[in-house]
Design a protein around this ligand. Structure first.
Ligand code: NAD
Length: 301
């Protein structure tokens, strides 16, 4: 069946994304994950299970991947039972994982050699947006293929932005997350200083959020418990975007900065702070805004 869709990587993000494809796109959805439980769940919802990426490419000509990092993407495409071992000419690959832009370019070249098309399409928006189908996709790849990619991504997202050549979707994602990591540390140390100077964090927030210090980490995702309801800081830093994922993305920014000889002093410092947190059992499975708890020595709830 040449018009089937494939999906590999049914994790926190990929699971709900695949459900949206299954419910909204026409035709069969073939799925694969190394975790059999995730596959069972998708099969119960109506998907078809494949035993390896090679079987996905045998049955599908439009394939989405949502994997943890560059090595997983490399082996899923290039491995012995990988997608490219069986892919038909003309197959379209959309990789939504957050990986190294240079790795995306390498995989794109491997795909081109098999007369297939690769686009990087990392996402912003967390598991809530994945479930609601309101993700933002940052797409890098041949302009002529953008519409074909968009016709699939629209089932999972609300905003789809063409960023340029292959790798530029990843570049946009990594730049955004580096700024987010830096600003979350900055906001956290600032509110801690304010508190120690005797300021009520809610009063400081009302000033900062209407002044030149305003940013998303302060006005939408404030790291101080009790300032904003419904965000991880007001729920013991549970859920949200983990310190480990932030450390991973800042590591990708660090690699990209090294490759391009770009100075990122604050990005590097934020990277090290999140590496310390992701190897500390108190913070390893907490939201990244818990850097406030680290700096303020406030108890984790
Ligand atoms: P996850 O760890 O929950 O899911 C990854 C899935 O891939 C798992 O089901 C795992 O079993 C599977 N997997 C791993 N190696 C595999 C392989 N070789 N073959 C097949 N399946 C394999 O991760 P996630 O939170 O879904 O994130 C996926 C990607 O999206 C990451 O790159 C992450 O940085 C990015 N992202 C995550 C969020 C978020 O809020 N969680 C937001 C934006 C982007």
């Amino acid at each position: 069946n040449a018009s089937s869709l494939g999906f590999i990587g049914l994790g926190n993000m990929g699971g709900p994304m695949a459900m949206n494809l299954l419910n909204k796109a026409k035709g069969d959805l073939w799925v694969y994950d190394v975790n059999a439980d995730s596959v069972d769940k998708a099969v119960k919802a109506g998907a078809k299970a494949a035993s390896a990426p090679a079987e996905i490419a045998e049955n599908c000509d439009r394939i989405v991947t949502m994997l943890p990092n560059s090595p997983h993407v490399m082996s899923t495409f290039g491995g012995e039972q990988g997608l490219l071992s069986t892919a038909k000419a003309g197959t379209l690959f959309l990789d939504c994982s957050t990986i190294d832009p240079a790795a995306a370019q390498t995989v794109a070249k491997m795909c081109l050699e098999k007369e297939t098309v690769f686009m990087d399409a990392p996402v912003s928006g967390g598991v809530g947006a994945a479930a609601a189908g309101t993700l933002t996709f940052m797409v890098g790849g041949p302009a002529a293929e953008f519409e074909a990619g968009q016709s699939i991504l629209q089932h999972m997202g609300a905003k789809i932005v063409a960023c340029g050549d292959v790798g530029t979707g990843q570049a946009a994602k990594i730049c955004n997350n580096m700024m987010l990591g830096i600003s979350m540390v900055g906001v956290s140390e600032t509110y801690n200083l304010g508190k120690r100077l005797g300021l009520d964090p809610k009063i400081l927030a009302s000033i900062v959020n209407a002044a030149s210090g305003r940013c998303w980490a302060s006005d939408t995702y404030n790291p101080v418990p009790g300032v904003i309801e419904g965000v991880p800081s007001s729920n013991g830093y549970a859920g949200g975007f983990g310190t480990t994922l932030m450390a991973k993305d800042l590591g990708l920014a660090q690699d990209a900065a090294t490759n391009t000889q770009s100075p990122i002093p604050l990005g590097s410092l934020a990277h090290q702070i999140y590496r310390v947190m992701s190897s500390d059992p108190r913070f390893a499975d907490k939201d990244f805004s818990s850097v406030y708890a680290l700096l303020s020595e406030e108890k984790l709830l």
